[in-house]
Design a protein around this ligand. Sequence first.
Ligand code: NAD
Length: 469
Amino acid sequence: MAGSEEKEKAVFDVDAASALVNELRCTFASGKTRSYEWRVTQLKNMLKMCDENEKEIAEALRQDLSKPELESVVYEIGMLKNSCRVALKEVKHWIVPEKAKTSLTTFPSSAEILSEPLGVVLIISAWNYPFLLSLDPLVGAIAAGNAVVLKPSEIAPASSSLLSKLLVKYLDSSAIRVIEGAVAETSALLEQKWEKIFYTGNGRVARIVMAAAAKHLTPVVLELGGKSPVVIDAGINLQVATRRIIAGKWGCNNGQACVSPDYIITTKDYAPELVDTLKNELERFYGKTPLESKDLSRIVNSNHFTRLTKLLDEDKVSGNIVHGGERDKESLKIAPTILLDVPQDSLIMNEEIFGPLLPIILVNKIEESFDLINSGTKPLAAYLFSNKKKLKEQFVMSVSAGGLVINDTTVHLAVDTLPFGGVGESGMGSYHGKFSFDAFSHKKAVLYRSFIGDAAIRYPPYTTEKVRL
Ligand code: NAD
């Protein structure tokens, strides 16, 4: 059985991908996915799917990442259900053509902007939130009336397989399909012509996706990552601040989240108090033997485990560990680890960490942090903890990142009225709430005229009188 399944997967080549796209193109051409009823039915079914399979979904996430059940229920299933509810409530408004003002040049006329589905779209998702990152963009694609192929990440195989099983059961498989697989299958999909590619993952593969998309002039949304900094000013409520940093770092998949705090910047004077508070709160949450804590996800696989331990064991930084550092290769667990006064040219400061290690960079004056952040590539998120109005203003005006949060971390992605996406190296395009609908729609400009108001100036002969008018 396992052998025949493998054979079935192995035959997903360029021809199979082409046949799949053709089939979905026929469904799209039939107009089925454009109807309001179809969109609402799919969204309702997705909600039902979440409600009826919460245990199975949490179990798949446990298998892939030993993700704590609460994190699965709140951050994957809960957030997805919220997206479905928002879309279900709002889609009837989103599809209404938007009236636009007209100009004297076309008088008399009226105009509107029509949100038109794009066609057949491809969603490629990542392993760290394998359920949410696959289905949240799908909510937008369905709400906008598209046919969709979803390619989940092979690095979270239990979730990928469950998604494939559930979607065929709950959603309309004449328009929505899951293709499981790795590089070969994704490459076959990328050779096809799509009306949009929505990719979540790292910048290296994003370049492959964009190059493939360029061949067909396909627009892309790239949801990438980066080094998201946290600036910590003195004189704040440190207990609340450190708890919010812990929740955003170790409480989000043990640091394997795109918006997780990547490093902290604080002043030399304030660092000792900050480190003490972080240590106390970490011990309160995860105990004295964090490797045994059930509330920490494991590292996804041995490749990422080795990558992270290399960052930690580099000679330049191994002496800077002030908390944690324990790891267990067998269970792929790494304890919450803090490194103080890390040099800028270390490995850990030159790649996205995407794991439970948190370096602290020291500056003399907190204002120096902003130039330091801006000297690197633009992060997906940047955070500031401060009570000072002027510093907050300076941060908002001068730091460029996908999104900013003042006095908290990561929670901006739960606000569906804010666009979620990167800038520069952290990505292009955005989604969540109406932004998801817009990401999968074409804004079609429509101008209505009648046969009156036919100005002679438009037509030859272009006489001197007409030029002077
Ligand atoms: P990954 O390894 O799961 O890869 C992402 C997708 O790319 C997978 O579906 C995979 O099959 C596909 N892929 C891999 N190699 C490919 C190739 N050569 N050709 C075509 N497709 C290929 O995930 P990852 O890249 O390790 O994800 C982690 C990165 O994603 C981090 O940088 C993180 O910050 C970022 N991320 C961003 C967001 C966001 O919303 N902005 C969310 C999660 C993760």
